[in-house]
Design a protein around this ligand. Structure first.
Ligand SMILES: Cc1cc2nc3c(=O)[nH]c(=O)nc-3n(C[C@H](O)[C@H](O)[C@H](O)COP(=O)(O)OP(=O)(O)OC[C@H]3O[C@@H](n4cnc5c(N)ncnc54)[C@H](O)[C@@H]3O)c2cc1C
Length: 507
């Protein structure tokens, strides 16, 4: 027997996307936000450092912002979505300021940074590199003030409930282990990314792709799953077997003069690209991967910055000190890491999935904005722009009721907790995805990954939570197998050409 509640809208996820939806909905509609941790503090949004893009500087235009987005996306973008996003950006910034976000300013004007791929300085920051923390503070505080928004913290969405072809609610396990049925005619997936499917990632533990599994099991189409962006530099784990989120090492350190060294032969970026350490993100990531595939370790050398590394990059400095190293005195070992998922639940410009009543926003959605690769600082923008706009639209049609008697019995019992076998399978999956479906892929490696994932699936008990991760990983590998030509973040080479970037095969 489960507990039941009725809402107008249920949002799964309390990152920038989920909270923007909830805030966009009219105050008369009852909204539930279901989240795995504490509202606004779990998920990737509060980790965002670089900033949020908007064409608000002198000489800049939204058309140029859209054009840059499409160029970086290898022209596989939805042009309409990229244009809509760029045009929405200035209004998103005004909205955030109205909610109390304190963006950094210079002489009373918004300070605008330049990042790779942008033709103009158009990156807004808050608190230097604490943009995500500040955005989420403001969104969280605004949500708390809204009596129509109820937050279910430490709760796990287990299944999308269906009434015929329509989404009609969410099956949830709460922090006491009780299974709840949250009925609603509008359900929004805002569950973030998939970085935790990989051995090395900058993403927090919540980013395990579950939302994509829920959507797929409810019959929604997924798209562009093969496009995963890797950040070239994260702090290497202290212990080789360690899994989980790694601290991101900002590109600004290389912009300030730090270099990349391999323990095989010193600097290697000059050979890889004319811009050396300042080459585009995916080129640097690949070059680091290739060094590692030769069995070498890679280091970031920030010694030339002297004490500036402590004063200008306090987060990086503290992370190093926390590991017992001093970047002023010695190079720091880094690895590339899964960072952002361009693919997700396929949606149209109104965030509608292929299932009526089911919507997706933020990193979990594939709006087509990013194409085959993401322009830096476009993801927070996408999460907030599409999220808020969806919330406003849902407000108008949110009075529909679900017919409880017509809802199909859920498949998930909700009772099974993760086991030791789940943990072992998840670790093997991360290793496998890293080795065979990571920065560089081969047709043979992808086929092998596909088979090995199916072996892992057979090793799990029915209903095991890790099966959802295996499902998403298998769908991602299938998408990579079907994309026969390397493009954007899907870097495909012939079988003979590649090593494994630090760890092959499992099972
Ligand atoms: C280290 C780092 C730095 C970044 N820097 C930038 C940057 O500078 N600029 C930029 O634009 N982007 C940046 N990004 C990317 C950006 O932060 C994310 O793409 C964006 O925040 C995603 O927002 P979201 O709301 O879609 O997902 P998230 O913020 O990840 O939120 C997902 C939510 O879903 C919940 N959830 C997931 N599964 C379930 C479930 N089954 N049941 C219940 N709840 C669930 C989670 O608990 C969480 O609340 C960065 C990412 C990282 C990791």
């Amino acid at each position: 027997m489960s507990i039941a509640e009725h809402y107008d809208v249920v949002v799964i996820g309390s990152g920038a996307a989920g909270l923007s939806v909830a805030l966009g909905v009219d105050g008369a509609a009852r909204v539930a936000v279901v989240t795995r941790g504490v509202v606004g503090l779990d998920g990737s949004s509060c980790w965002a450092q670089g900033g949020i893009a908007a064409a608000v500087g002198p000489g800049d235009t939204t058309a140029q912002h859209a054009a840059d987005t499409i160029t970086v996306g290898a022209r596989l973008n939805s042009k309409a979505a990229a244009r809509w996003l760029a045009e929405s950006a200035p209004d998103v910034i005004r909205w955030l300021i109205s909610l109390g976000v304190q963006f950094d300013t210079v002489r009373g004007r918004l300070a605008l940074g330049l990042e790779a791929g942008h033709s103009f300085p158009r990156i807004l920051h808050a608190g230097g590199d604490a943009t995500g923390v500040e955005l989420m503070r403001a969104l969280r505080e605004a949500c708390v003030l809204q009596p129509n928004i109820e937050c279910l913290e430490f709760a796990e969405a287990l299944e999308i409930l269906k009434q015929g072809e329509r989404a009609a609610g969410v099956l949830v396990r709460n922090r006491k282990g009780e299974v709840l049925r949250l009925y609603a005619p509008r359900v929004v997936i805002a569950t973030g990314g998939i970085g935790q499917l990989y051995r090395y990632t900058t993403n927090p533990v919540e980013a395990d792709g579950t939302g994509l599994a829920l959507a797929h099991q409810a019959g929604a189409e997924l798209a562009d799953l093969e496009f995963v962006q890797f950040h070239p530099t994260a702090l290497a784990p202290q212990d080789a077997g360690q899994a989980g989120q790694l601290p991101l090492v900002t590109e600004a350190l290389r912009g300030a003069g730090s270099t990349l060294l391999s323990n095989g032969g010193g600097r290697f970026m000059a050979m890889a690209h004319p811009q050396g350490e300042l080459a585009p993100r995916d080129i640097v990531a690949r070059a680091v991967w290739e060094e590692m595939a030769q069995g070498r370790e890679v280091y970031l050398d920030a010694r030339s910055l002297g004490d500036g590394v402590r004063t200008r990059f306090p987060n990086f400095f503290q992370a190093c000190v926390g590991r017992g190293t001093d970047p002023r005195a010695a190079p720091i070992r880094i690895v590339p890491a899964a960072h952002y998922h361009m693919g997700g639940v396929r949606v149209d410009l109104h965030s509608m999935t292929s299932v009526p009543g089911l919507y997706a926003v933020g990193e979990a959605a594939c709006t087509g904005v990013h194409g085959a690769n993401r322009l830096a600082s476009n993801s927070l923008l996408e999460a907030i722009a599409f999220g808020r706009s969806l919330g406003e639209r849902l407000a108008h049609g949110a009075r529909a009721q679900v017919n409880v008697a017509a809802i199909a019995a859920p498949r998930a019992s909700g009772a099974r907790a993760a086991s030791a076998n789940d943990a072992m399978v998840a670790a093997r999956l991360r290793q496998l995805m890293w080795a065979e479906c990571g920065i560089t892929r081969t047709p043979g490696g992808l086929q092998s990954a596909h088979q090995q994932i199916q072996v892992l699936e057979r090793r799990c008990l029915p209903g095991a939570p890790v099966l959802r991760q295996l499902l998403v990983a298998r769908l991602l590998v299938e998408a990579a197998i079907h994309r026969k030509q390397g493009i954007g973040a899907h870097h495909l080479v012939a079988d003979a050409q590649v090593g494994s970037g630090g760890g092959r095969a499992v099972a």
